[in-house]
Design a protein around this ligand. Sequence first.
Ligand code: PLP
Length: 437
Amino acid sequence: MLKHGTKTKQLYSRAMEVMPYGVSSNYRFYSADETLVVAKAKGAYIYDYDGNRFIDYRLGWGPVIVGHGDEFVNNRVKEAIDYGVSFAGTQKYEISVCERIIDLCPGVEMVRLCNTGTEATMHAIRLARGHTGRELILKFEGSYHGAHDNVMWTTQGADPGKVGNRRRPTPVKNSLGIPKAINDLILTCPWNDEEVLGEILAERGEEIAAIIVEPILGNANGLTPPISYLQFLRDQCDKHGIVLIFDEVKTGFRIAPGGAREYFGVIPDLSTYAKALGNGFPIAAIGGRKEMLLKLAPGQVFHGGTYSGNAASTAAADATLELIQRGEVFGKIRQVGRMIQDGVREICSRHGVAVRINGAPGMFGVCFTDQQPKDWRELLAQGNWDLSEKVYAYMVAHGVMPEPRGLEPFFLSASHSASDAEETLQRFEEGLTLALA
Ligand SMILES: Cc1ncc(COP(=O)(O)O)c(C=O)c1O
C-alpha cells in the first residue's frame, strides 16, 4: 500500500486510538503507515484523503459488481429506507431478491437470507448436520469460508509447513481461541486431488455431513479446477450421502450471472452467497434444494438473525440482481477482464517472464510461474510472490490498486472500462520492468 500522506496520517492516528490497529477487520491492516483510509469511491475508482485516485481491483474484496456508489442501486435503497428498515417481519424486497436468486442460479429452489458470508456458511453447515444427523465437515486446504470456528482451519495464511503429508493432512487452526475439540469435527484435504479425497471418503465417508468447497479458490489466486473435479465431488457426495456445499461467497453473481452452478454446470445441494449479491451492502443467502431448506423450521434446524432480510440490504440486492438479469453487467466485465488477462500474458511473454492466469474474467489471479499450480500447496511453493509484491507495490504507488498481497485475485466491476484496462497494463509493465531491473 501507499505510505500515508499528511491528511491520512491524521485520520489514521485517530483510528489507532479507538480501534485495534485502526481497522474493523484483521485483514485490512497493512502497517501503521500504509493501511488504506478511504475518502470516497465512485464507479471503478477509490480515493484517499491525500488526493490519490486508484483504479480499484479490490472492490472491498469482491462485493462491488456494478461499481462503487452505483446510482441505480442507491436509488432503490433510498426508496426503501424512507419507510423503515427492520421489521421482524417479511417485506417485499426480500421476496423479490429470493425470486431473482432462484431465477438466476440453476437448481436453487428456495433461499434464506442472512447478512454475511460467515453467517451463510455457518448456517449451511448446521443445516447439513441437521439434515444428515452427522457431525464431520470436510473442507479443502487454502479455502476460506468465513470467521467461525468450524471453518478457520488451513485457510489462506496457515503455515504450509504445518499441514503435514498430503495423503493424511493435519488441519491447522488459523486463530487463537478456537477450541481444540473442534478439530475432531473437521477434516481437511488438498483441493483438486481426487485420489486423496477418494481415500479419505473410503475410510470416513459415512461420518461426513458436508463437503464445503469454493468452486474457484477466491482466496488463493483464483485457482480453478477442471469441471470433472467438481463433478467428482458431486458423485462422491451422492455415493456417501454427504451434503455438497458450494461456498459461492466470492464466485456468486461474479464469475457468471448464475455463479459456479452456471459456470461449471455442476449442481450442489446448497450454495452460500454474499458479496456481489448486494454490490457492497451487507447481505448473504443460503440457496438450494427445497427439501433441505424446509428443515429451517422451529424444532428442527435453527436459523435466525435480527438484520436478516432488512429493507436496505435487500433493496440493494434487488437492484443489483435486476441489472444482472437485464444483461447489463457481465458483457463489460468479460470484455475488460479478458483485455487485462491477455495484456498481462503478452507483456510477460515480451519480458521473458513465465505466468499463469487463474480464474474467470471477473475474478482472476496472476501467478508468476512456469507450471500450472494444481492446489494451494503448489500455488504457495511455485509462485514468485516477491515479484508480484514488487509489481503491485509499484502499481499502487501509481494509481492502480490490485490487492498488494498477490494471492488475492483481481476483481472487476461493470464500471471498469477499456481505458482503465490500458492504464492498468501500462502500470503493470512499468512495475514489471522495474522489478526485473
Ligand atoms: C469464499 C468465502 N466464503 C466466506 C467468506 C466470509 O464472508 P464475510 O466476510 O462476509 O463473512 C468469504 C470472505 O471473504 C469468502 O471469500
